[in-house]
Design a protein around this ligand. Structure first.
Ligand code: PEP
Ligand code: MN
Length: 359
């Protein structure tokens, strides 16, 4: 997809702010759907979302109203003028969404992981001009995400976008789904004209973090936000903890700072250039230090080879990790960051020593 052309569907909307998609996690009843949609009329939301087929982790939870809720979405569009979007997970869902003229189809994280499901949805949508938004797969796999986008592109769907909703991890973190920002940034670098939207609701899993994650997304030049919204979040039938009211959505969009995308627009270009020079020098130093470190590592490798000592010295390694984490934390660098960097340095060191010991 090197020369991939995506349409300018988002630019064509001519919004004065990032795209806002809002609405409940699930369409619960016709009244609930319409009440929320009417409240969203007075916000920045352009698109109304509601899940009607709900992929639930465990059976026994509310799994959506299914096709019965499609006419409710049509009513939302007619009464409020909001565009509509639902998640589809198979070809049958896609056909039904087309029948009820849903404007935007989104592919859920649990579907993006499954190329068979993605392909059958792509085939069902072939020949239409629907906008398709592809959520990242549950696992942090950029190729799988790109693969799903490609399947739509290949059948001729050009109105495409991606949604970053964070990645599942076994380790408990403060997020429900970890935002590994480098992955959507890599996607953006590969396809600069593919709109990318952030879903802070599913990243946070609770409503308190939504403003902060949304701001981070905008700082990283995301093109829009998908935020779960309900008039009575605490009593929502799914994802109650992470939904916010339309009034809170308004507060959030007012508080969010949309920064200029283009450095040329910034007055103080010179100051920025100076600082960038500084960064370039520091990066050069970092690389030089890493080269120097690897030289020492290789010398140690020689000694290990001569003395027939194992490459991995667990206690020594734990000792190093503790020291650097403590040092970092004392100076405002997170444990997670230092651990990631040093695990990676350690891996490279092992690779260098392997070559010496076994080479
Ligand atoms: C949703 O948006 O309600 C949803 C199920 O999202 P995800 O696919 O990101 O889990
Ligand atoms: Mn949800």
């Amino acid at each position: 997809m090197k020369s991939t052309k995506f349409s300018t569907w988002l630019e064509n909307m001519k919004l004065s702010h990032p795209l806002v998609i809002a609405g409940p996690c699930s369409a619960e009843t016709e009244e609930q759907v319409l009440k929320i949609a009417h409240q969203l009329k007075d916000t920045d939301a352009t698109v109304f979302r509601a899940g009607i087929w709900k992929p639930r982790t465990r059976p026994g939870n509310f799994e959506g109203n299914g096709a019965k809720a499609l006419p409710w979405m049509a009513k939302v569009k007619k009464e409020t003028g909001l565009l509509t979007t639902v998640e589809v997970a198979n070809a049958q869902h896609a056909k039904l969404a087309l029948e009820f003229d849903i404007d935007i189809i989104w592919i859920g994280a649990r579907t993006t992981v499954n190329p068979f499901a993605v392909q059958e949805i792509a085939d069902a949508l072939k020949g239409t001009d629907k906008i398709v938004l592809v959520k990242n797969p549950i696992n942090p796999d950029l190729d799988l995400w790109i693969g799903a986008i490609e399947r739509f592109h290949k059948v001729g769907i050009k109105n495409l976008g991606a949604i970053h909703r964070g990645f599942s991890s076994y380790k408990k973190t403060k997020y429900r789904n970890n935002p590994q920002w480098q992955i959507p940034i890599d996607l953006k670098n590969k396809y600069p004209n593919l709109p990318i939207i952030c879903d802070p609701s599913h990243i946070c899993g609770e409503r308190d973090g939504i403003l902060e994650v949304s701001q981070t997304a905008l700082d990283l030049t995301f093109d829009g936000l998908m935020i779960e919204t309900h008039f009575d979040p605490d009593n929502a039938w799914s994802d109650a903890k992470q939904q916010i009211t339309p009034a809170r959505l308004n507060e959030i969009t007012e508080e969010l700072k949309v920064r200029k995308n283009n450095v040329e627009e910034v007055d103080s270009i010179e100051r920025l250039n100076e600082l960038r020079q500084e960064i370039n020098l520091l990066d050069k130093k970092l690389i030089e230090i890493l080269i120097e470190r690897m030289e020492v590592v290789e010398n140690i490798g020689q000694v290990k080879k001569e003395k027939n000592v194992a490459i991995l010295q667990r206690v020594r390694w734990q000792d190093i990790m503790k020291k650097v984490v403590d040092m970092g934390e004392e100076n405002g660098l997170s444990k997670d960051f230092i651990e990631r960097i040093f695990k990676s340095i350690h891996q490279e060191s092992i690779d260098h020593q392997e070559k010496i010991v076994n080479g």
